[in-house]
Ligand binder design. Structure first.
Ligand SMILES: Nc1ncnc2c1ncn2[C@@H]1O[C@H](COP(=O)(O)OP(=O)(O)OP(=O)(O)O)[C@@H](O)[C@H]1O
Ligand SMILES: [Mg+2]
Length: 486
């Protein structure tokens, strides 16, 4: 391999098919004089365009058609010509410099063209040199050369991550792997599970229990997940009324008044609230507005007056604090309004609990969050809530539903295959990597393979085949023509 050209942060390297270089491979350009190595990653493999090559190829093809007989090559140049015709041009992005076996992002120098040697370096070796800490590994899967690729739980701690890719490529699978990886290290994880896919986390693929069974708590709103007004507090119920049920300002004021009175009388329950609204002397329209919201709350089936059957996040967190655990909020089969109510409650309550330091931090996994997260929450989650210890991982197959500023703030992106140009354009806005890398590599990722970008891999984008899990898969698309032959 030979260094040919450099433009911006792209270098072009000449190679031959025997070098066996593919997209995504890392190459070290070694300059013997200065004891530094340039770290580059192949993002595209093209044919080398040599002057006169087109003519040569055309001449070859016409000869094949018209001239019959023996080819005589007394000087033995055919093999050389073939060699040149097969020469490859590797388009590589500069990722940094290797100095004393330690990778640095600085790459303001240029190796010699005449004497530099170029070698392939496995991504694991590169990452093992780059990583500051090897504690708390989470095994993601295997790289192309068959070695295990680990990230560390620190890479999810205090971070914002995005898992994206087109339908059915394995996003939810990776997200489950990360959830269990965190639970292994005694973290508390909350999953907003839109399709009831995570409810099988505590069940093995054969249907029995697995090692996570007692640490996965599936909460289905209305059945084993009900809450009481008394443990809720004014701020959370107001969030539900204003954001989920669109209660107007005047009515909100009246509600606060009623709530205060109930508090003084120590009579906070759904029943008492209904009575208080009935007896309130306020304007008729305000009362109607309050009543309609009240009935929405009642009809959601999410509220209970019995303290015993009410779910307390505090108690659940008490348990997860010792052993780690995942709370899976099963949002399957509930209406959009009820989903909003449950979400406002869950997030409001999480922030309250975190604010009171009852637990240190919570990892939140949100699938297709645009379907239930209101606009203002996005900003809030990535900026303010991070300081409260709420670390979010968004999972989506529609990257344009996540705002651009969120991509820019994302620490790591787990990118699965995308073929659609527009989707790729959106993802490539992520500040942590150049758009060419995203577009060129993501388009060719096979299913179950992902490109890791960002802090989790110390800014050395890496392709990995995600490993399988021994859990019961749920949320698969139900098929009509399945098993019709049997
Ligand atoms: N690394 C893997 N090893 C084995 N099976 C996998 C792997 N990744 C995904 N699968 C399986 O492939 C199927 C699709 O995966 P998954 O549900 O994670 O896709 P998805 O990207 O979340 O799809 P959707 O966009 O529909 O939510 C599932 O049945 C899952 O169990
Ligand atoms: Mg999914």
């Amino acid at each position: 391999m030979r260094l040919y050209k450099k433009e911006g942060n792209t270098v072009q390297i000449l190679s031959y098919p025997t070098d066996n270089i593919e997209k995504g491979d890392y190459l070290l350009v070694e300059d013997a004089n200065v004891n530094r190595k340039l770290i580059t990653q192949v993002i595209d493999v093209q044919f080398a365009s040599v002057p006169g090559l087109l003519e040569e190829l055309l001449r070859d093809s016409t000869m094949e058609q018209q001239v019959y007989g023996e080819t005589i090559d007394p000087l033995g140049v055919t093999s050389h010509i073939n060699h040149i015709q097969d020469a490859r041009m590797l388009l590589c992005k500069i990722r940094g410099t290797m100095l004393n076996q330690k990778p640095h992002v600085n790459s303001s120098w240029l190796p010699t063209r005449s004497k530099s040697g170029i070698t392939k370096i496995p991504i694991n070796i590169l990452l093992s040199h780059a990583a500051d800490s090897k504690e708390l590994p989470i095994n993601i899967g295997k790289t192309k050369d068959g070695t295990t690729l680990n990230i560390t739980a620190h890479d999810l701690d205090g971070r914002l991550n995005i898992i994206t890719g087109k339908k059915g490529t394995g996003k939810s699978h990776l997200s489950k792997l990360l959830v269990l990886g965190l639970v292994d290290y005694k973290a508390t994880v909350v999953v907003l599970d839109l399709n009831g896919e995570y409810t099988g986390l505590g069940t093995s693929s054969k249907g029995g229990t697995n090692q996570y069974s007692d640490r996965v708590h599936v909460l289905t709103p209305g059945s084993n997940f009900k809450v009481s007004l008394s443990q809720m507090g004014l701020s959370v119920i107001l969030k539900i009324l204003v954001h989920a049920l669109d209660l107007p300002g005047t009515s909100t004021r009246e509600f606060k008044h009623i709530w205060k009175t109930l508090c003084q009388q120590r009579k906070i329950s759904m029943h008492e609230l209904g009575e208080a609204i009935k007896q309130s002397t306020c304007n008729m329209h305000v009362r109607d507005a309050l009543f309609s919201r009240y009935y929405s709350l009642v009809n959601s089936g999410f509220f209970t007056d019995s303290e015993d059957s009410a779910t307390s996040f505090e108690k659940l967190f008490e348990k997860t604090k010792q052993t780690g655990g995942a709370l899976v909020i099963n949002l399957k089969d509930i209406s959009a309004v009820d989903r909003q109510i449950v979400l406002e409650y869950t997030l409001g309550n999480l922030v309250k609990i975190l604010g009171q330091w009852k637990i240190k931090s919570v990892f939140l996994f949100a699938e297709e969050a645009h379907l239930y997260l209101r606009e203002t929450y996005w900003e809030d989650i990535v900026t303010r809530m991070r300081h409260f210890g709420l670390f979010t991982n968004f999972v989506t197959n529609q990257p344009d539903t996540i705002q651009e500023n969120i991509y820019r703030q994302a620490d790591s992106i787990f990118l699965f295959n995308f073929t659609n140009e527009r989707d790729l354009e959106t993802v490539s806005k992520a500040a942590r990597v150049d758009s060419e890398t995203v577009k060129s590599i993501a388009q060719e990722l096979p299913p179950h393979h992902c490109l890791l970008i960002g802090k989790a891999v110390n800014d050395f984008p890496a392709m990995v085949k995600v490993r399988a899990l021994d859990i019961k898969t749920m949320g698969e698309t139900r098929l009509f023509f399945e098993n019709q032959n049997n």
